[in-house]
Design a protein around this ligand. Structure first.
Ligand SMILES: Cc1ncc(COP(=O)(O)O)c(C=O)c1O
Length: 457
């Protein structure tokens, strides 16, 4: 035989025999009708047990590569050669997964946005709830559930959002999704077709902008200033199908949309018959007062409200939701069903307990204090360590802020940041986007020191 067996490889030995013979048959190196050695002979040649060869031959037989005639041997089957076939199997061992980045490592400092302080999430509480949900779940809870999500979770959410954000909703109007991203994807698939127009704030999250145009709609951008979307710049004579906005905490510049602009936006949407997609991704974290009322509370029939547990819990949980007007309830439910049937039940059940035990509110309160301190620390560090003129944009909220420099940034600023092993997004108009929620004070100090060095060159 032209191949050998690696007894120490992670790929089982029968699979190595199978792969070698299958590849040779597909590539036409073993022709239809050729006789294969008996299992005993091959086991001797390869110095492996006969069971290894028997198992490989059984699989080759089951998949139709070989035929067996009792008494006369094993033959390559007809029609199993694929023209132009080259083995897709990679050589050797699969590469090891890259080591996860520890947030405590100072080597590289990432001011990436949207990451909460994951090391402070009460994993013991969450873990014991998850365990108990798994041990006690009934058959009906493990079977297919309602595509809109667990009804009890939706009732809790409706109450929670009414209390903290003034959101007007019934559980029937809520669809639980796999994060805000999926909520937006479902809405886009449902409402936006090629030739439609969608408005979005400029600047806004690039990934989300790509979702908005993913079904062929044309994007029209509305500029943003320190207070958010400039409603006076909503164009006359255009009729967008949807207007995407982040009124509670503009992403990324941080403005909070004043009531006058909210009213202007709602009236514009009413005139045009457009839906406003209100992305309320981090509004629980506002540091100089209680969370604001949602835009949805002004006009629930025109607004699709999108929320997420990614920032108040952790992003890999992948639980978000949307609250839709009556006419969209059933289409959204159907579309969620066609997409992935439902968001996993066990996590939804655990979330119900996490909320009813008061753990979620306690965690939000604790994190709010921490993020407020981290933000203040970052602003002090910027003032202490940057020798150039700048201002901090946006309101005291969320997990990120934007620094706007008075003078142009050096041309090679991006490379200098790389050399300093600092990750931060440079925005147009000499602005730097800094996510701080996941960084402790020591990391913030070190990161700002490096930004200072990168600015000095
Ligand atoms: C503005 C904005 N909305 C939504 C999301 C995504 O949320 P999710 O993790 O729930 O999909 C992000 C991600 O950071 C974001 O920046």
């Amino acid at each position: 035989m032209w191949f050998s067996i690696d007894k120490h490889a992670s790929v089982p030995m029968f699979r190595q025999v199978f792969d070698a013979l299958q590849g040779a048959v597909l590539a036409g190196q073993l022709h239809a009708g050729s006789k294969l050695p008996s299992t005993r002979e091959l086991a001797e040649q390869l110095n492996v047990s006969r069971n290894v060869i028997l198992e490989a031959y059984e699989l080759l037989l089951a998949e139709g590569y070989i035929t067996g005639r009792s008494g006369s041997g094993t033959f390559v089957a007809e029609g199993a050669c694929l023209a132009g076939y080259t083995s897709a199997a990679p050589d050797g061992e699969p590469p090891a997964a890259p080591a996860a980045l520890k947030s405590s490592e100072l080597a590289g400092i990432s001011f990436r946005t949207g990451l909460p302080a994951l090391d402070l999430f009460p994993m013991k509480q969450w873990g014991s709830i998850l365990q108990s949900v798994c041990m006690n779940s009934s058959s009906s809870e493990l079977a297919y559930g309602d595509p809109s999500g667990n009804y009890e979770l939706r009732s809790l959410l409706a109450k929670h959002l009414r209390r903290i954000r003034g959101v007007i909703s019934k559980p029937e109007h809520i669809v639980i999704t796999s994060g805000a991203v999926q909520a937006l994807q479902l809405i886009v698939r449902l409402l936006l077709q090629s030739g439609d127009t969608v408005f979005a704030e400029e600047p806004s999250n690039e990934d989300l902008k790509n979702i908005l145009t993913s079904t062929g709609a044309k994007l029209h951008e509305i500029p943003v200033d320190d207070w958010g979307l400039q409603s006076q710049k909503l164009p006359v004579g255009m009729s967008p199908t949807c207007i995407y906005a982040t009124p509670s905490h503009q992403f990324p510049l941080g403005g909070i949309l004043p009531i006058q602009r909210r009213i202007e936006l709602v009236e514009y949407a009413r005139r045009c018959g457009s839906y406003i997609l209100e992305d309320d991704y981090d509004s629980e974290f506002r540091y100089d007062g209680a969370p604001l009322h949602s835009l949805q509370s002004l006009c629930p029939e025109q607004v699709i409200y999108i929320g997420t547990f990614s920032k108040i819990m952790f992003p890999s949980l992948r639980i978000g939701y949307m609250i839709v007007p009556e006419s969209l309830v059933e289409p959204c439910r159907q579309l969620k069903k066609l997409s992935d049937y439902q968001t996993p039940s066990i996590e939804q059940l655990a979330l119900i307990r996490f909320m009813t035990k008061g753990y979620l509110n306690a965690h939000i309160l604790k994190m709010k204090k921490l993020y407020k301190k981290r933000r203040e620390h970052l602003v002090v560090a910027l003032n202490d360590q940057l020798s150039v003129e700048f201002r901090v944009m946006g309101k005291a909220a969320g997990l990120h802020l934007v620094v706007e420099f008075v003078y142009p940034l050096p041309d090679d600023f991006g490379n200098r940041l790389k050399e300093e092993e600092v990750y931060a997004v440079i925005l147009p108009y000499n602005r730097l986007l800094l996510g701080y929620g996941h960084l402790d004070e020591q990391q913030i100090d070190e990161g700002v020191r490096r930004i200072g060095r990168a600015l000095r060159g």
